[in-house]
Design a protein around this ligand. Structure first.
Ligand code: HAM
Length: 419
């Protein structure tokens, strides 16, 4: 028996209303903020992610689905959207467009991670980017889009985690101090942290191992080492957040797992429903990324949110969603000639914009009525020998258990007045 590959899952029809509602909410919200859709391809050259996301990151070191295609190209299924969106920005000369270029995408991403609740190998993100402007008001806007998304959906108990990771001027100074501090504690930290100190020192702040926690708590904070420009940028952002009354938690341990971040970084954590995978959203500024990928120096900021995780929290919190409309009409028939007429009638009704089911096969009228009941339609249209002879259709109102005859030419209008 074939099964869905480990870490992947089917989105079954019962879950469709969640996806539809979430996607509609995203489209409406992005339009309200002036973001337009940009969909990069599912796969890109592997080196784009290696340079963009960063060589020492978990994603590049152990999570990418990379392959060589039949033409010998080294390709990777996107583990995230940002690198591809920046490639598109450069490739299409978007620096000549009015700045910032504000775009969003929705679709699957792929990471070879250990699957668990809320963590998959194929998952979906909404990804939002504002490229070409360094005003902290853009940081506020990006965070507000994320905030409004959860507010519109009705999510409860979220917390906004916020930090600044500095820039190429101040970040290395901080890293030197952090490493010097950790070197005094080499015997007390876990082997992973010892390795991180060599390859990607900021990630020591992410460590979950119990014995490392006191060391992290007493570690120097990035915010103490911000250069004047980064400190002012951060202070202005905090001022704006306070003006709007947006609650946030300053988190000196928040460094994010991708290399491109500068200045502002943030995550949204879910209060309940997700267990250990509680980040429903993560993002930040990446002012050096476009240059790193071969474009002109261009600032940018964005975030991505995991749609499966949002849906899990919506379910855990019992958030009601609009149900999708189901067909309200079924066409039943008795005899071959009536079935031919039923096929045409169902097609005409759909063309008139009425969602309609056609009973398949040659079953008894009783069996077709049971089908109509199960489908929950309001009206069953019946065509049999009598109806054909009279040039009429019998319409049965399923809730009132009443029926009447209507002329075929009038049936669409008759139904529309009642549905
Ligand atoms: P990220 O933090 O790696 O950031 O992912 C963003 C969100 O995607 C996470 O908060 C989580 O909700 C979801 N996610 C990530 N991995 C998985 C997984 N294996 N299973 C389910 N959900 C997952 C980025 O991807 C950056 N590109 C965000 C960004 C955009 N930064 C600037 N612009």
């Amino acid at each position: 028996m074939y099964q869905a590959v480990r870490g992947t899952q089917d989105i079954l029809p019962d879950d469709a209303p969640y996806w539809r509602h979430l996607e509609n909410t995203i489209h409406d919200l992005c339009a309200r903020y002036g973001y337009r859709r940009l969909e990069p391809p599912l796969f890109e050259e592997t080196s784009l992610f290696v340079r963009g996301v960063g060589e020492g990151t978990d994603i590049v070191e152990k999570e990418m689905y990379s392959f060589t295609d039949r033409g010998g190209r080294e390709l990777t299924l996107r583990p995230e959207f940002t690198a591809g969106v920046m490639r598109a920005y450069i490739e299409h000369g978007m620096h000549t467009w009015p700045q910032p270029v504000k775009v969003y995408s929705i679709g699957p991403a792929f990471r070879y991670e250990a699957p668990q609740a809320g963590r998959y190998r194929q998952f979906h993100q909404v990804n939002v980017e504002a490229i070409g402007e360094q005003d902290p008001a853009v940081d506020l806007e990006i965070m507000s889009v994320a905030w409004d998304l959860y507010e519109t959906l009705g999510s409860q108990g979220l917390s906004f985690q916020l930090n600044s990771t500095g820039c190429p001027a101040c970040k290395p100074v901080y890293i030197r101090h952090l490493v010097a501090y950790y070197e005094q504690h080499l015997d007390d930290i876990c082997p992973d942290c010892r390795r991180r100190l060599q390859r990607n020192p900021l990630r020591v702040l992410d460590c979950k191992v119990e014995s490392c926690q006191p060391i992290i708590e007493a570690a120097p904070h990035m915010r103490q080492y911000l250069c004047a420009e980064c400190a002012e940028h951060f202070a202005t952002l905090l001022g704006y957040l306070d003006l709007l009354g947006r609650p946030y938690t300053l988190n000196h341990r928040l460094v994010r797992g991708l290399d491109y971040y500068t200045k502002t970084v943030f995550e949204v954590w879910a209060g309940e429903g997700l267990g250990s995978q509680n980040a429903v959203c993560g993002g930040g500024r990446y002012d050096g990324l476009i240059e790193e990928l071969g474009g002109p120096p261009t600032p940018g900021i964005g975030f991505a949110a995991g749609l499966e995780r949002i849906i899990l929290t919506m379910k855990a919190q019992g958030i009601a969603i609009p149900q999708l409309p189901a067909p309200q009409v079924l066409v039943a028939h008795r005899g071959a000639a009536a079935k031919a007429r039923a096929v045409v009638l169902a097609s005409e009704l759909r063309a008139a914009g009425i969602a309609t089911l056609l009973a398949f096969g040659q079953r008894s009228l009783k069996a077709q009525m049971r089908e109509a009941d199960r489908a929950g339609v309001r009206f069953t249209l019946i065509l049999g020998g009598d109806e054909l002879a009279a040039g009429e259709v019998t319409v049965r109102d399923m809730s009132a258990a009443e029926q009447q005859r209507v002329a075929p030419a009038e049936i669409a209008g008759w139904l529309k007045r009642r549905l």
